[in-house]
Design a binder for this molecule. Sequence first.
Ligand SMILES: Nc1ncnc2c1ncn2[C@@H]1O[C@H](COP(=O)(O)OP(=O)(O)O)[C@@H](O)[C@H]1O
Ligand SMILES: [Mg+2]
Length: 398
Amino acid sequence: MKSSFYEKAISRADKLTNVQLRDIANNLMLDKERLEAALQSMFDGIVVCNLENVPVFINRSAERILKIPSGWEGGPFWMAISDEDLKDFFCWALTSEETILGKEFALEGSGGTRIISVSLSALLSGDRISGTIIHIEDITEKRKKESQLRRAESLAALTTLAAGVAHEINNPLGSISIHIQLIEKLLTAKDPPDIPAISKHLDVVKDEIERLKQIVVDFLFAVRPMDIQLLTENPGAIVREVVELVKYEAEKNKVAVKVSIDKNIPDLLLDKRQIKQAVLNLAQNAIAAMPKGGKLGFAVSCANEEVKIAISDTGTGIPESQLSKIFEPYFTTKKNGTGLGLTITFKIIKEHSGEITVDSKEGKGSTFTIHLPVPQKEKKALPILEGSAAIAGSHKEA
Ligand SMILES: Nc1ncnc2c1ncn2[C@@H]1O[C@H](COP(=O)(O)OP(=O)(O)O)[C@@H](O)[C@H]1O
Ligand SMILES: [Mg+2]
């Protein structure tokens, strides 16, 4: 039943008969039982603590996952935890003022290691804070599936890569073979042999060997585990450096550069050299997509726990049928392209736990957007809801 109904009933309690009051109490009890049953039946653990950090509700899953003796009572919640790390964490988290999302722990148990994810947030009653709600999820299976998927993905990537290399190597090898046959012919055709003609073929052979070397170098770069060094850097400043690097190339190609970097861009843990390389690859592709000139845009913004770096162009755009292929190694539509630029960019962004998205219209242009996550701890403790000053500060203030 709705709480507004109960509110009305309470305000008129003195006018109600005993039977009516008993009915209402009965309904209330049923409602409460249903709510408790729902919380008890949840697969995830739920713990509700009051403002003194003493648990007022612990569901069965929480008892099972955290190994709390059934019916445990007394003292702040962390006293119920036997695992030392977890105990320290709860002691710190409950007494500090932070909202915590998905902090992970490994718990040793008889059935092996389980990975659990713990979140804490303020318990709101209306617009007042009346305690803390703890959510515990056993993510062991989820993690297992994820790593299986990752292995399958990397195997698939390796297969494409190997096929790409084989294909790439075939062309120069074929050409070397033809030119060597031609040289052999020239050696026996005339006496003395036609040296200038022979050296022309030798030049082609030399060029093709260079191409083979480059394929190997690029291949190694693409497959080598990246040696990334994360330091505190500002994404906006990195983009500014890339703009400096491409300014002249853009000007030469009649491309106007527009830069927009928001003021609120937080510092992130980044490998500056790599991120610079990733943005540079996107910028160079953008310039290459505008052979008749156009506009190249760099936009850095921050919202919803991520920093976005968007590189846009007014170039040829990418046909729908190619959109799924452009990140594949060796996919190129350029005469002298390597087809590795986007592969490397993708890899760099993945190494930073980020994502890259593409929005493209043929004939209109493309926008490549790098999404970099902003770590939780850099966020405010609680979201500030409009008109509810009580929860704007610490969640223990109310
Ligand atoms: N901004 C863009 N506009 C149009 N096409 C693009 C753009 N960026 C990438 N592409 C397409 O994706 C392909 C792969 O890009 P990339 O991996 O950088 O290799 P490469 O630049 O050597 O061709 C390009 O050949 C091109 O067809
Ligand atoms: Mg490229």
